[in-house]
Design a protein around this ligand. Sequence first.
Ligand code: GRG
Length: 292
Amino acid sequence: MDISELIAARKTVFEDYLDRYLKDAQSGSEVFEAFAYSLRAGGKRIRPVLVMLAAEAAGGHEGDALPAGLAIEMIHTFSLIHDDLPALDDDELRRGLPTCHKKFGEAMAILAGDALIFQALSVILTSPYAMQVKLDLCTALADVCGTNGLVQGEYEDVMAEGIDLPLDRIEGIYTRKTSRLFELCMYAGARIAREDPESARSLAVFGSHLGRAFQAIDDILDVTSDRQTLGKSPGKDLAKSKATVVKVLGIDGARSWAQEATGRAVKVLDGIVAVRTEVLRELAFWMLGRVM
Ligand code: GRG
């Protein structure tokens, strides 16, 4: 199986799990309808796939990674719903469908995003994971999402609009708004698979570099791709003068930047002996292939 087939197969496993979760969790609540709409809308599911591949690389089973993958996908989906709101990025299209607030109204979209955060915690806390694993995952999740991660990254991203930032500041925004969640995917997969904090930490560092590469790739695609392929409105970074590596380096420079970040990610893998790293290496180059 080549890497794209492997990713597609893991994605299908995740979609089936998500379907089962949504059927079981159905509550008749309208907030639930709104959050199920955004979760079902699709997307690449790269974060749960990463959790599965990290777990497998560390000697575990893909199925064990599903609750953690779902929790992270819920956090990611919350961040997209809130980011699309008029007060933040003000977008009308996401994952090829009207954004949550366009479909259900702003109040509902705020609440659907809020609910996703708590449901994510609930998915981990009610999973079959050992108590210490649950504790470690929830601790890591809180850290990567709060003022050291996602929320801070979003704030910096919004504040940087129209401002010329140097590359190191842009890299810092990428780290917080995107790559800390990738770091968590790798950490979670490894932590679920084995009692080996050293491998989990090293894989988290791999995830961190991979996440920065992913964000640069996303920013390149914002310029080079179309609405149909992206499932969201392209060209928004330029229109809003967002702080991106493309703004500072141009498209070719951004490609080189993403290539270097991928190189750093792969180099981390070279130093990990306790984990089967080959698939993760292929995944990093597959991601880069989206813009090369
Ligand atoms: C609102 C707390 C809060 C956070 C928002 C910055 C941010 C976090 C969201 C804006 C959208 C954006 C550029 C996020 C950065 C991460 C990223 C590249 C998201 C898109 O992820 P994909 O491509 O999306 O994996 P799909 O839809 O495929 O899941």
